[in-house]
Each structure stands twice: as structure tokens, then as C-alpha cells.
Design a protein around this ligand. Sequence first.
Ligand code: ADP
Ligand code: ZN
Ligand code: ZN
Length: 817
Amino acid sequence: MPYFVDVILPLPLDKRFTYEVSEEEATFLYPGMRVAVPFGKSKIYTGIAANIHQRPPEVYEAKPIHQILDKEALITNNQLKFWQWISTYYMCAEGDVLRAALPGAFLLESEGVIQLKNKEHLSETELNDDEFLLVEALQGQSSLKIQEVMKLLDKKTVLPIINRLIEKEVLVLNQEIYEQYKPKKTRFVKLSENYRDEASMHELLDSLSRAPSQRDIILTYFSLTAKSNKPLKLKNLLKESKASPGTLKALIDKGILEEFYQEIDRVSFSGETTSKEIVFSKFQQKAFSEIKEHFAGNKVGLLHGITSSGKTEIYIQLIKEVLAAGKQALYLLPEIALTTQLIHRLQHYFGDKVLIYHSKYSVNERVEVYRKILYNPGSGQVIIGARSSIFLPFTNLGLVVVDEEHESSFKQYDPAPRYHARDAAVVLGSYFKANILLGSATPSLESYSNAQHHKYGLVELNRRFGDVLVPEIEIVDIKTKHKKKRMTGHFSDRLLEEIKRTLKEDEQVILFQNRRGFSPILECNTCGHSPQCPNCDVSLTYHANNNQLRCHYCGYHIAMQQKCMACHSTDISTKGFGTEQIETELKALFPDHKIARMDQDTTRGKYAFDKIIGAFEQQEIDILVGTQMVTKGLDFRHVNLVGIMNADNLLNFPDFRAHERSFQLMLQVAGRAGRTKKRGKVLIQSYNPNHQIIQQVSTGDYAAMYKEQLEERYNYKYPPYYRIIRFTLKSRDYSTNNTAADWLAKSLTNVFGEYVLGPEYPPVARIRNEYYKNILLKIPQQQSLEKTKEVANKILLSFKSIGAFRSIRVVVNVDPV
Ligand code: ADP
Ligand code: ZN
Ligand code: ZN
């Protein structure tokens, strides 16, 4: 009887593929090992062996696998189970999940491109003949396709060779572009080996008796290195010894001191941890005990704690206990809240038990974390990561913390799998019977309603730590201010007064504007035309720094126009405003103060974000203007004033969650003010000062917001009362897209009746020259989710079989946010 293996391929296929293996291979092979398999005419992919059996496939003849790539499983059984859950729940291919779940370096394929990683490293690495040939070829050219490697070595089975070289860190696969950013290198000095022992040290000092300034440097070196074991920066030695660079150079030339360069990795761990016990306030203590009670009852905990109430310290205490039991803790955060600040805070307690998994990390760094988790789970580990860290190979998970659980960025938008990391983490945790804690100052309606219905255990913490008061919130009616001519640009007189007062007291200001760019839209005052993106149905946005009009959807840009493109009138003006314009106005208003901006445009490199945060922390910046990025989890000691430039564009966003989101954003950004004894101040500028959400923000009244929004959701049939699946049809052909959308909507309506909405054009109905149309399926609580999805999948299958619709892509989004 032949043996077969079902393989998950990293492709959007709706099934696993079955391959043939020899009896010998079958005994060696375990589920979760990687196998190289042929697919299609000439391609080779890395797939994952899922199960080994003796049932031949019915509709095709199984091809033999190419090669087994691992000696032991790289994917755990729980991961395989989890992938299957994600693929079923979020209605996507298992192959899509595979791609999202594994660092790219694990997935060699014949289309891949390899490069040499580290030339200096090579001499120490032992290479066999094939490896040597390959490395030699790569020294001549910068990269090779894997297919070219097959030709070069005249072999078909090259993946194992490449794999080995990647493991030896000789090669890298599909190197990402942002890797090319080189972190800053710093100069360090150390004493030469020759003078390290007692006797030669004395000899050295004696020999320098006639060069007192050189002798001083050496003495300073001893005193500085005695205090700490950290490498000594050349700059610090100069400063402390008050010597001239020439004197220092003389010591280096004599070979007494040695100079070396080292990268300053901002997240690497410096070696010092604290054994300091956390002493909880009585409110924290109470919350902590309540959380433990819910855990004891096997309930997911929801910690609703206002900003600065000390939630993080509670997480730390919970993590401590899990690590003490030798288990793993996963600390999930939205990407932009995953800051150096927070990482340092955790490293302070947990040292090198902290592992970080982040999309800004290179493929190789991610591979390293993956392996550490797979091979050393017993040592106790805390993994801090953004949403994709739920895919790591946990074996021993004791705790999952989802911080800022209300954040919509936990949901992956594109590509599939369109999973919600918070919801998936709850499922993942259940495989391990791990404790799960969701935390937020402004929980999502979904989670809070789960708590109200006793599905989750609710814990409230509504005092700031250390008797710090919540900031005072003042609403400024800018409609009236405009009428009374009390506005300077986009600043009301009140906001300017408060900024001046704050700066005078040597404190810092954060200004929040939820739009980047200078002023979103250019408009002709004669004919009303505003320049549009040729590829998308949106107006172009003006960016002052490079004097361009840009599309935020596709990146299209043209030079700023002096005349209307339609009627050639020169009477054009800008409407709306973004962060860049606020920055420009501020520079004119406060020329003597340092102003910085934080948004997508200013934080592109790996370290750009950290640089701004660092400078702000060090008070090198007085006023920080930013988008959402300034609202997340940052803890600054000297921010006393927060200004929300315009609350209205948040509230008017066309989405059923817009009000909930505005409330969350405004309270989060308000929470950045006054985190020390001195009470902070928040100013909200708005044309609708009486809007219920603004009123609720001003009193921090979550309960009122929750009640009111929940009623709306009930009336309009939205989550948490109804679940939603959104189907988006995309095509370059406008009319076929419409026809197809009508067909799909009709087929769904036949089964689900009034619960199907659309087809409708989304607010931006064309992006990169593709037309979009949406259909919404609402699922009432009593209706089975599984059955609904089964039926929907059947309809989608028939849809795909219609030849005329072949060019249409259907994107399915379960629980869209
Ligand atoms: P949150 O996460 O709720 O916004 P944090 O955990 O950041 O709040 O706490 C706010 C501030 O109070 C931080 O600077 C933190 O170090 C401090 N803090 C919180 N709890 C304690 C504690 N038990 N002992 C000492 N400092 C604490
Ligand atoms: Zn015009
Ligand atoms: Zn565009």
C-alpha cells in the first residue's frame, strides 16, 4: 500500500493537496514538517505536511514529494488546528493562513530570490561543495532566483541546500526593503587585553606618570567601568575625563585603548532587571483579585481601567506569576502601541525572557523568535507582539493579555486571512486553557456587552494611579469663535492661551488632528472643481513639504497646481486641514519653540517613530502634532495640555462605528495629559459642542456612551446584536462588476431575505482603477454562524463557476471593523 501526505500549500486553494511518499519517508514524516513539493507545470513550493495516510486521492493522481525539509516538526498540532479554525471562521484558504502565520524565510519557493547576508561571516562557515559553488556565484552577482540555483548546481533538489545556508545565516531570502535602513553606530572604547591583569595595570600607570593627562583618562576609564559592565562610549570617556580628543587618540595609537563600533539597538536588552516588587494601590489590588477570581472560574477577563490607572502594572504582575510557573505569556498590542517605551518597561522586569515579534523586524529576527519559542518553551517567556504573534508556535501558553482591546487595527484588513487578533486570541488561549485578559480604557461595545451578559468577567478600575486626577476637559465652540473673529488659523484664542501657559510652565503640548497632509482638498472657487486621482475616486491631498498633490490610496502624485485644471481660474483655495498645516501654523505662532509632527509621513523608517518619541521624552520637543499615532499608550511625564483640533471630522465619518471610535480616540488622546501630580488639561475644538459624544467625552462617561450606542446598534441591526459578513466585489470592468454584484446579492437574498443589504458602492468606489461594490450579510443571534457560512460558501462556489464572472475578485470579510 502506498503512503500519502496531505500538504497545505501557501496558495489560496480551497483544499489541501495530496502527494505520494515512500514508506521510508512516511515513517520519518510528522505533521507540521515542511516538504518541498511540485505544483503546476514547473513550480516548487514549500508546504506543510498535515497528515499522513494511505488513502489515494480520488480525482487526481498523487505526485511524489520532492524532499522533506525538516528533521522535526516546525508547526505544532495546535497551530495546525488553529489555522483550520481561522480558515473556517474567516472564510479563507488555509494557504492564506499559512502565509500569514510563518515568517517568509520558512517558505522557500522556486520564485524566491536569495542574497548573500554577511560577507565577513563567511570564512568561519564551513561549506560543502554545492554550498561553496552557490556562495561563490552570489559573490559575483547580488541575487539569484531559486530556479537559477537549480541550473547552477544542475540539481532539482536545491531547497535543502538553500535552507541550510539560511540557517547558517549565510543567505537571506526575499530581503525586505526597510532592512536597508542602517541603525546608527556608536564609538566605544575598551582597554587592550594586554593591560587587564593587576600587574600590567600598575605597570601601565607607572609608565604614564610623565603623561598626566593620558593617565587621567585611564583612571577615569577604570572608575567608569567599575560602576557598570556596560561598554563605555568614547563620548562619555571624553566628557568625564575632560581630556582632549588628541590625548585620547594618543592612547589608542599606542594600543593601550582600543576603539570599536557597535550598533545601538534600541530594543535590545541592556542587562539590568529589577527585583523590585510592585506595590499595588488598593484599587489595583482589588482589580487584581477580581481578575484572579474570574480566571479561577475559567472566564475571559475584561479590565476596564481608565488611562493611567495602572493596568500595565497589573499585566506585569500577572505575567510574573505565569513565568514563575515556567509558562509562556503572550502580550498582544496594536502595532503602533508597541513602543520602545513599553518594551523597556517589560524588559526591566523580565530581562531576556522578553521576546518581541513585530512587522518592522526583519525576516531573520522573526525566524529567531519563532525558533526560540518552539525549542525553549519551558524557560518561561513573555512574547510581546502585534496581531500576527498569535501565530507563533506556543506549546505552553499560560496567559494572553490583549491590551487596547478596542483597537480596530487588531483586525487584518488585507490580504486574507482577515482575522481579528483579539477574537482569535481567545480561541487560541482556550486550546491551552490559558487565562485571557482583555484590557482597555474604552472597551469595544462588543467586549463590554459580552461582559454585561456575563460571558466575560468585568473588572472596573476608575482611579488613576497615585491620586493623579483625570484631566479637565474643556469644549471650545469654534463656530462662535469664528463669528467673533477669535480664531488664528485653526487655533481658537482659548487653545492659544492654554498652549502659551503650558509652555511658560516648561511643560509639553500634544495636538491631535486625525488627518495627515497639509489641507486635504484643493477647490476652485469659480467652478468648484477639485483635482481627482485618475486611478481612484478620491480628491488629491495637498502636501506642502514637497509641494505636491497626492492620492492617499494609490500614491499617485502631481505638482501643486496654480490654476484650476478645469476652468483655468487662479482663484483656488484649500478646504479642510491636516497635521502638516497645523505644524506650519504653529511654527509661525511659536517661532521660539521646538515643534515636531508624528504621522505616517514622518515615521517611515524602522527607527523614525522611536526617534520622535525619544526626543519628546527628553523634552527636546515642546509641541507634538500628530494623527492617531499620538493617542496610543504613550506615557510622558511632562505633557500638561492636549488639544483636539477638530472633533467633527471624526464624528462625521461614514461608518456605523464612527461615534464609538470618536469617543475612544478622544478619551485616549486626552489620557496623555497630566499623568503626574499636576492636573492635565484637554481642549476639544468643535463646531458641534453639544454633540452627545463630545459631551460624553468631556465627562468621561463610558456608561452613557455604551448605552446610547447600543440602542443605535439594536435599532439598525448591527453588532453586537447582529454579526456581519461583507462581500466586496472588485474588477477593472465596471459593468461586469455591477452585474456580478447583482447576481451575488440576489442569490444571497434568496436564502437570507431581508438580511442582505446592497449591492452598494462604498464611499471610495474605485481604487487603483478597480471598481468596488459591497454586499452586507447580517446574521441575527439565533441563526447558526456555521450554517450561514456553509451556505454562503456554496453560493460563492457557484459564482466562481460562472464564466462571465471569472475576472471578478470577491473579498469576504467576516466581522469587518
Ligand atoms: P495604564 O496602563 O492604565 O495607562 P500605567 O500602568 O501606565 O497605566 O500606569 C500609569 C503610571 O503609574 C505609570 O507611570 C506607572 O509606572 C505608574 N504605576 C502604576 N501602578 C503602579 C504601582 N503599583 N507602583 C508604582 N507605580 C505605578
Ligand atoms: Zn475651476
Ligand atoms: Zn489614487
